[in-house]
Design a protein around this ligand. Sequence first.
Ligand SMILES: [Zn+2]
Ligand SMILES: [Zn+2]
Length: 390
Amino acid sequence: MALFSKAAVLNGIEGEFTIEEYKVPEPKRGEFILRTEAAGVCGTDVHIYYGHLNTVEYPTIMGHEFCGIIEKLGADVTEDSNGRPVKEGDRVVIVPGVSCNECYYCKILKTPTRCANIRAYGFMPNDENNRLSGGFGQYVHIQYQGTSFFKTELDPHIAVLTEPLSICIHGFQRAGGVRFGSTVLVQGTGAIGLGAIAFAKRSGAAKVIAVGGPKRRLQLAREMGADIVIDIEDVRDPAERIKLVKSETKGGRGPDMVVECTGFPSSVPEGLAYLRDSGSYVELGHFTDVGSAEINPHWHMLRNNADIHGVWGSDVEHMEMTLNILERMELPYEKLVTHQLALDRVEDAILAMSKKAYKLDDKEEIIKATIDPWEALAKGTVVKDKYSLA
Ligand SMILES: [Zn+2]
Ligand SMILES: [Zn+2]
């Protein structure tokens, strides 16, 4: 029986989302059809909506943080990326980025996150070559050869945190890891910031300081392992915050590592000023271009002997490590998912997140909203067969 998939399609920059229905193709060799159970709405989706990510072409089906059930396996798909056998009915988490294995970065440098020809679910135009390639749809066509995926029994609305939180693991790895007994400061208490707090503590940091807000998130920051929380609403002057942070470290030296997860450019000079001499600064917050900040190269970089790392995305190994940690459920990761929404509420989530108010339906602020594409549509209009269905 032919399957049909409703999907939320964005038609252009600051455009309209329509719910469209497509015929699900038969999976070819090496492919499979995934029945989406959950897809996270990410800050990056907000930027795609506003056209800040110049590699995206519209119309597009977003949703790069997703997991679901294998509906139909194509030929030769027998095991997941851990070598565990897979069958129809298994739940899997998909690694959104698929590198080419042929370019300079893949083949010679062996750094597939830097692949020059990367394709990624949730970032492709919804055209005849990439139809149904995003998680904001009932089915996803797992169509790029070499797609990595992992079997899991985790609750799907937690499993979708694998991708965003894997950025934190990649960041720590780039900085040579968290030193045992060190002090780590995390700027920002969104989903990635909260993940960085959790993972820093689990990696052996003796003290984790969180600078962020609002209050509810800071409470969660404590639950994730922050020892000290600083509310930017309470301490509004950056110079005061720098003083306060320094006073929380022995000898007033400053934290050994600072992880930037706010996505506000002004956080960068402030975070560099927190850092102890020769400490590591890890930049995870600026996945898209939201402007510049003024850095004093003498004081922020050389004089402090700062070790600065820009971190772009993550790779299969970081996803695998993150999933292993989440599956242990040793922390209340489910609290990061504050909203579960129907497919026709992608736009509402994006607009709420873009206003930085993060409030939706007068409920609490969004930390992570997930889409359940099988939940009854709130508004109900569906455009059928928009493209010819071969
Ligand atoms: Zn994301
Ligand atoms: Zn490549």
